[in-house]
Design a binder for this molecule. Sequence first.
Ligand code: SAH
Ligand code: SF4
Length: 429
Amino acid sequence: MNEYDSLKISQLLASDYELTQDKEEADLIIVNTCSIREKAEHKVYSLLGHLKKLKAKRPELILAVGGCVAQQEKENILRRTPFVEIVFGPHSICELPDVLKSLETRKSICMTELKDDFVIPFVPFATKDDSDAPLKAFVTIMQGCDNFCAYCVVPHVRGREVSRPSDLILEEVRDLVSKGVKDITLLGQNVNSYGLKQKTSKNFAQLLREVGAVPGLERLRFTTSHPKDLGMDTIDCFRDIPCLCEHLHLPLQSGSDNVLKRMNRRYSKAQYLEKIAALRDAVPEISITTDLIVGFPGETDEDFEQTLSVVRQVEYEQAFAFKYSPRPFTRAKDFSDQVPDDVKSERLTVLLSTLNEVAMKRHSRLVGKEQEALIEGVSKADPNELTARTRGNHVINLRGSRDLIGTFRKVRITSASYHSLRGEISLNP
Ligand code: SAH
Ligand code: SF4
């Protein structure tokens, strides 16, 4: 979500500013922040401490802090780091170009109003030439969240759930595809409730079918699905929409009914497993990934065992596992039965090794098989290697000429590890 917002901000400013990767030469540095866990928030202040030195060297440099930490901390950021000039929340990104134009040196501003009807506008993707469009892009379909999971800061810093009108979404998708984007991920905190609040709007499955029919779109994905709202109409889309990739991110958070209840997730372990069974029934080869939290207040060893048991049962291809982190404004931060950090750490270690085990098991099944892969670029770890991605979202490392970047190739998988695959480009494309 932040990556998408960062891109929007850079596109909104494209007529006045040019992007640079070198902070030494920047006239404006915008720190787009995340407050989902405390660690992300700490990183903001340590980065700002570093940027203070740049500002001391070049007082004309403008520093701005956006995103969810900005929304959460508001003027506190200006008090704690007075060398920052602009603080803006997720609903204020559109004001940024005007504020920058009218900003007098050393005057600061804090824009953190949450608006009930905020919708990210469509901004045509600005490219310098035809070759610099990305292969993959996100498109936000809804903002905010109404679910109020007991641990989560999102509803408090991104406001109420608002679905973007479908014509805006389709316009953005068509624009990206026309500029060469091949793989689009529709984004929302809870995509399955798309359009439900605005009774006249399309629902998520209808939107998916319309986006899936955009000519030239090769790959379509979406995230995140809330298990309580994932319906058969969406599951059927995996069978019916040719460009919809066989991958679903379905956060479990915990495998224990007690913990799920206290988290306010509104599904049980059995209901979650029923949805997985329906998905695998409809699309046997689907990859399933998830998010998990260990050490939620009150989580016992037995509760944690339940999480491990679901992980073994579902055999996730990949997962993001986190230690519970108390967040401002949330209910769970005031629960009296917080789990000690050493217990959280121990559980995280056990969980990660179980996740690696099951991922290895699933990835091994692909060895010897052919997969359709989009060659995405040069490997970060080895400049002589390329990286590619399957429809199931597995990363494949392979040898090949850089001319192949941006093309689809049949790749035979030769070996597997828990985090990626190795492959060879098949001779018959
Ligand atoms: N809307 C999405 C996820 C948003 S946040 C959903 O409902 O799944 C991404 C992930 O961060 C969550 O799935 C959760 O696993 C994790 N997370 C959120 N708040 C957290 C907290 N306070 N401590 C630890 N992990 C957290
Ligand atoms: Fe947070 Fe729950 Fe909303 Fe996801 S569904 S953003 S976890 S409150």
